[in-house]
Ligand binder design. Sequence first.
Ligand SMILES: Nc1ncnc2c1ncn2[C@@H]1O[C@H](COP(=O)(O)OP(=O)(O)OP(=O)(O)O)[C@@H](O)[C@H]1O
Ligand SMILES: [Mg+2]
Length: 260
Amino acid sequence: MSKVIAISNQKGGVGKTTTAVNLAASFAALEKTTLLIDMDPQGNASQGLGFNETQEEDIHELLDLAANPEQLSYDTIKNAILDTKLEYLKVITAAPDLAALEIELVQAMSRELRLKRIIEILKPYFEFIIIDAPPSLNLLTINTLAASSSVLIPVQCEYFALQGLAELFNTIRLVQKNLNSGLKIEGALLTMYDNRLTLSKQVADEVRSCIPENVFQTIIPRNVKLGEAPSHGKPVILYDVQSSGSKSYMKLAEEILNNA
Ligand SMILES: Nc1ncnc2c1ncn2[C@@H]1O[C@H](COP(=O)(O)OP(=O)(O)OP(=O)(O)O)[C@@H](O)[C@H]1O
Ligand SMILES: [Mg+2]
C-alpha cells in the first residue's frame, strides 16, 4: 500500500521543503520506491534536487490534464516523472508558473481534486509519495491535503511557532469532512532545534502540550549542512551523510516506518 504524506504548514520558512526533500531521500536510501511532488510555485524542492530550470513537463501540466480525468493515464503522466541522483527517488517538479494555475483553479470545476486524480494513478508505482506544499492555505494546499493519506507538520522551534496552527488544523478538519475522510495527522515535527537555547526547549514543550499524541520523537536539529545541501542540488544524505541533519532525517524515516 502506498503512503502519501503531505508536508504542510502555511507558516513560511519552517522547514517544509527541507523535510520533504530529505525525508523522501531517506526513504529512498532505505530502498523504498519514493516520489517527491513539488506543489510550491517557489520550486524549492525541485531546486534542492538540482532542477533549477523549468522542466518541459511538470506538475502544472499534470494538474491541467487532470481537469479531464479521461486524459489521465500513467502514459500521459510518466514524462513528468524525473530521475534523481538516488536510484529509488523520482521527482515531479514545479516552477513559478504554477502560481497562475492556482488563480485559474478558483473558477474551475472539481478544482480541489486534480492532484488526487494524478496520485491515484501513481500510487501503484511508489511505496511513498511525499508532497511539498506551499506556505499558504490556498487551492494548491487543499489539493495536496485532499490527495494525501497523512499530513506531517514541521514546526520551527522559534517564537510564534504555534501561531497559525489552529488555522491549519481547521483546514485539515474541513478537508477531512468534505474531501478526504481518510486524512490522518502523521505528526508535528520539531525543526531547527538548538539545544543550547532555552527557547528551543520551551517551544518543544509547548508543542508537546498542545498536540501531545502527535509529536515525533525525532527532532531535527539546526544543522548548517541542511542549509548548504540544496545549493549543491543534493539531499543532505548525498552531501554529508555523517552530519546531524542527515542522521536525523534517516531517524525520522525509520520512525515513520515503525509507526506504520
Ligand atoms: N534544520 C535546519 N538547520 C539549518 N537550516 C535549516 C534547517 N531546516 C531548514 N533550514 C533552512 O531554513 C530555510 C527555510 O527552510 P525551508 O525552505 O525548508 O522552509 P519552508 O517551510 O519550505 O519555507 P517556505 O515556507 O518558503 O516554503 C532554508 O534556508 C533552509 O535551508
Ligand atoms: Mg518550502
